[in-house]
Design a protein around this ligand. Structure first.
Ligand SMILES: Cc1cc2nc3c(=O)[nH]c(=O)nc-3n(C[C@H](O)[C@H](O)[C@H](O)COP(=O)(O)OP(=O)(O)OC[C@H]3O[C@@H](n4cnc5c(N)ncnc54)[C@H](O)[C@@H]3O)c2cc1C
Length: 444
């Protein structure tokens, strides 16, 4: 069988690795990726990279170079996939053993261990949240995939050739040449602005991502990690009446990498044309000037805005694929970064889909029985959605509750928010959304 994965982001690369691990080698797998990554920033050079723009890099982000948390559930997937990959991801990141929640008024609202120890079986190794640059995680996955697998061509559209029972993939290369490839299975790992989703659902607005009016901004400082962060291995989230600010590290303590992120409310979508990191920094200084945390002030003073990531969310889709086309990761369920689960859910998707395909295809005894393989793929796609979508819905719902805490509110609402967050931390069973030890969901 011929498989094409579209997108070499977190979900595309990890789907490739899981398929290679679980499927017999006679199935061929190609990855098409639209953006040549040579210019991507690296944590070894945390100073601001030359801004990369939507036009040159990705249609889902404005400036690139942000950070993310890989929760214990995501780290377990990496460990099961490949212990060496797991260890290199840990080694380049920062083990955030605690989430610390603060109010802009200086209150500490709670501290939560990120460890999954209480849901591990006896003798099983515990995982904690690994704070990492997106690029750091992505680079480790790409190195494990190896050279020559990713083909740098942009996918323009997908369509089914019903008569021949294959999926046609229209491609454009860097020189502007068009060509068509075909596959028995196309996996859309092409992120929030997925063209594969358009192939499944058409141009209907209902199935398109929506901009939330908030953009994540962030960056990395080449500075010693604040004592509080280093001592508690902490990721700190501070909520205020006029916004949100988070900080931690994204590299081993010796690397002197302070990671920070915040939200920036802007009804106009920031693009490469109207983006102004200097104005965003000035706005940030103004917004946080009355906040009480001295660490936060120090970071805001030194910060340079290196990454702007507009928040797009997708309403629940009725299905994630059919007839040889399936969506994974953000293409299927772009969620608010507040969930802290974007990357981890992409990792969970890739393992689930690969295991289902391996199981159903194993029942096909003849090596090139296209009809039986097609049926196995259809069953896998259906089961994939049935298994994964309830979990995704729960995570999206929890994220919505927190996302509201990042918007501008009045003083009364601000203090209600502090008390609400404190209560949730102290008595998790009340809200059941900050205390999912299996997920350790929370993020910027
Ligand atoms: C450049 C970039 C920066 C990001 N920065 C952050 C961040 O700072 N913080 C955060 O929380 N999350 C960030 N994310 C999102 C985060 O990576 C995802 O939420 C999560 O990892 C799920 O990943 P995914 O693989 O499903 O989608 P993505 O990581 O979005 O990967 C999709 C991939 O598909 C490629 N692609 C898209 N369209 C096509 C096409 N037509 N043809 C071929 N290839 C295509 C994209 O170039 C990309 O490599 C970023 C994503 C990208 C692409």
């Amino acid at each position: 069988m011929k498989i094409i994965i579209i997108g070499a982001g977190i979900s595309g690369l990890s789907t490739y690795l899981h398929l290679r691990k679980h499927l017999p080698s006679h199935h061929t797998i190609t990855i098409y990726e639209s953006h040549q990554p040579s210019a991507l920033p690296s944590l070894s050079t945390p100073s601001p990279p030359t801004p990369l723009t939507v036009d040159t890099l990705s249609s889902s982000t404005a400036l690139v170079g942000g950070g993310l948390g890989i929760s214990p559930n995501g780290m377990r997937i990496l460990r099961d996939l490949d212990p060496a990959l797991h260890d290199t991801v840990c080694a380049q990141g920062f083990p955030a053993e605690h989430f610390v929640f603060k109010g802009a008024n200086g209150w500490t609202l709670g501290m939560q261990k990120t460890s999954d120890r209480n849901v591990r079986g006896e003798g099983e190794k515990e995982e904690v949240c690994i704070s990492s640059s997106r690029h750091g995680l992505w680079e480790r996955l790409r190195d494990t995939v190896g050279e020559g697998v990713v083909v740098y061509k942009k996918v323009m559209s997908i369509e089914r050739d019903v008569g021949r029972d294959v999926v046609l993939v229209r491609l454009l290369d860097r020189e502007g040449n068009e060509e068509v490839d075909e596959a028995d299975l196309v996996i859309g790992a092409d992120g929030v602005k997925s063209v594969v989703r358009i192939a499944l659902f058409g141009d209907d607005e209902k199935f398109k991502p929506k901009y939330t009016g908030q953009s994540g901004v962030g960056g990395f400082l080449n500075d010693s990690i604040p004592d509080f962060v280093a001592k508690n291995k902490a990721m700190v989230f501070t909520f205020g009446g006029n916004g949100f600010f988070g900080y931690s590290s994204a590299a081993p303590v010796t690397s002197q990498c302070v990671m920070w992120w915040s939200t920036f409310e802007t009804p106009t979508l920031q693009t490469s044309k109207n983006i102004d990191p200097v104005a965003i920094k000035a706005e940030m200084l103004e917004r946080h000037k009355h906040w009480k945390d001295p660490i936060l002030h120090d970071i805001v003073q030194k910060a340079e805005v290196q990454s702007i990531y507009p928040t797009w969310v997708l309403d629940e889709l009725p299905h994630w694929g059919e007839k040889g086309i399936v969506l994974v990761g953000d293409a299927a369920h772009a969620m608010d970064p507040t969930t802290g689960q974007g990357a981890s859910q992409a990792l969970e998707d890739s393992k689930t889909l690969a295991l289902l395909l391996a199981k159903t295809l194993a029942e096909v005894t003849e090596e090139h029985d296209a009809q039986k393989e097609g049926e196995a793929v259809s069953v896998s796609i259906k089961l994939f959605h049935q298994i994964r979508s309830p979990r995704i819905s729960r995570i999206v719902d929890r994220g919505k509750k927190i996302a509201g805490s990042k918007a501008n509110v009045g003083v009364v609402a601000e203090y209600m928010m502090y008390i609400f967050l404190w209560l949730m931390m102290k008595y998790p069973s009340i809200g059941k959304f900050l205390s999912a030890p299996d997920d350790a969901e929370f993020g910027g």
